[in-house]
Design a protein around this ligand. Structure first.
Ligand code: FPP
Length: 231
């Protein structure tokens, strides 16, 4: 069975914290723990590529303390988890714009990407200052040949990734909302969608397993006919 590309919109950190009368940043911290659990569980569940939406280009609209806290958390995560990723064969890429990120985050991103580049068990892509529509526009402005393949490559490069991302097989969104929020719009053309009311900090390996079990029950036709009816 070929390995899956699973993408996750990690929603609900703020509400998780609010319901515990804690600051929103405590929700993001608990969210970072859920990221670690998910990354550990993913390879054993047949996932080869995992793309996580950590910070959208629209998230700059949030209060500056929350933005700064999120950037700090990302830096801490990269510092703390890079060695574990190397050990576990996890390659880390950060996708999105880099020119607006805090300057002290950039060397952490570059060293995490460099140190983990030989990982083959899982490709962990973390989307930071990411907007699918802006990436599509950047790719469209440089693409030389108008074909799906070359556009997908240009899109990868527009997000600071060496290669084109494979199509997303399963998109999970936690936190009860049912929308795409400008995430991987090109790559999700035939993605199966899974929405769960679970807040991201509560998301567990069992929840990931349940989402995959739901995915495996779906019949993917890609615009064709079911196998039995096809003849
Ligand atoms: C959405 O929840 C979540 C975010 C905007 C940030 C996601 C960040 C993390 C999970 C932690 C850091 C990430 C990594 C990769 C270490 P929300 O704040 O919009 O929640 P709400 O809808 O309940 O307010």
């Amino acid at each position: 069975m070929s390995k899956l590309h699973v993408a996750i919109i990690m929603d609900g950190n703020g509400r998780w914290a609010q319901s515990r009368r804690r600051p929103r940043l405590a929700g993001h911290q608990a969210g970072a723990d859920a990221v670690r659990r998910t990354v550990e569980a993913a390879p054993g569940l047949g996932i080869g590529v995992l793309t996580l939406y950590a910070f959208s280009s629209d998230n700059w609209k949030r209060p500056s303390e929350e933005v700064a806290g999120l950037m700090r958390l990302l830096g801490l995560y990269l510092q703390r988890e890079t060695a574990r990723c190397v050990k576990n064969g996890v390659r880390v890429s950060i996708i999105g714009r880099r020119d607006r990120l805090p300057s002290d985050l950039l060397p952490l991103i570059e060293s995490a990407e460099r140190e983990t580049r030989n990982g083959t068990r899982l490709h962990l892509r973390v989307a930071v200052d990411y907007s699918a529509r802006d990436s599509i526009l950047r790719a469209a402005s440089v693409v030389k040949e108008v074909s799906r393949e070359s556009f997908a490559h240009a899109l990868g490069r527009a997000c600071h990734c060496e290669e084109a991302a494979p199509d997303v097989d399963l998109l999970i969104r936690t936190g009860g909302e049912q929308r795409l929020s400008d995430f991987l719009l090109w790559e999700c053309a035939y993605a199966e969608l899974h929405f769960t009311p679970t807040m991201w900090p509560d998301f567990s390996a069992a929840d990931l397993e349940a989402a995959l079990a739901d995915f495996r029950r779906r019949q993917r036709r890609f615009g064709g006919l079911p196998a039995l009816a096809a003849g």
